[in-house]
Design a protein around this ligand. Sequence first.
Ligand code: G3H
Ligand code: 13P
Ligand code: NA
Ligand code: ZN
Length: 311
Amino acid sequence: PYVDTKVILENADKHGYGVPALNINNLEFLHYIIEAGVKKNSPVIIETSQGAMKYAGNGDFRKGAEIFVKMVKAFADEVDIPVALHLDHGKSFEHIVAAIKAGYSSVMIDASEHPFEENMKITKEIVKIAHAAGVSVEAELGQLAGIEDEAVAAENVLVDPDEAKKFVEETGVDFLAPAVGTSHGAFKFKGAAKIDYDRIKKVKEYTKIPLVLHGASSVVPEFVEIAEKHGADFGGAKGVPSEILQEAVKCGINKVNTDTDLRIAFVAGLREFLNANPKEFDPRKYFKLAREYTIKVITDRMDVLGSTGKA
Ligand code: G3H
Ligand code: 13P
Ligand code: NA
Ligand code: ZN
């Protein structure tokens, strides 16, 4: 069934596991996520960026939001696992309102590039509107970008646990994404991968709400290799290894945002298949390996995070 993201995450928080939140832009990735969830009996959170809304609506983000809700509900209604639809990195008021109106289960207001007080003010406003519509809200504190470069990874871009406490109390936000050392995309760390566990623990202790890890893709070496073997150039790609994700979950992370891993698994399968089958031009056939690899990356993640069997 189609559920509130809050139901999924409060369960995860109570029982100490993580749930993958998986980005989609099209029908295929939705298929794969639902299939993976059913296979592992895991709850799933599906998320779309503002750009995905525009893409799905062929330029019209409001239409895109409506299409996503209809698509996700059509699948959610037919399976026994909990399925939620979330707006990822909502930055514009118009997109957030469009997602709420269309029927998203939850929205993110990402005002993290603003100073603390301003972030708090904007977030509070969105919480008021969203909660009135029965939609739960995620917000972000601290900054993810610039972390790749060791020298730029200054303390002040990571979340301040005392600020997190004040932020959650003042805004009434349902989930919080604290910046703890990850970044978006396929190139997360120049040296060894590391995140700030103590900071996660403190934020959890001070806020006691479900926490979100952004930029959490593992950039699975197996799929990077397959893609590169068949023509891709992902030199220097590095993600967050499984052991670090498991430790982060132990510290209090419950929602684990994943986009890059699906993109890489898919493109690895697509390249491999097309290379081996130069005469094929039917998408239902040339997506065969892309589908298989994308499902594999999702089901592995469910095992790693502990959401397997929790539907
Ligand atoms: O955090 C962003 C997600 O990976 C989606 O990115 O804006 O390319 O759709 P996007
Ligand atoms: P990745 O780029 O690590 O997949 O992160 C996705 C994300 O945080 C979406 O909000
Ligand atoms: Na941000
Ligand atoms: Zn993110």
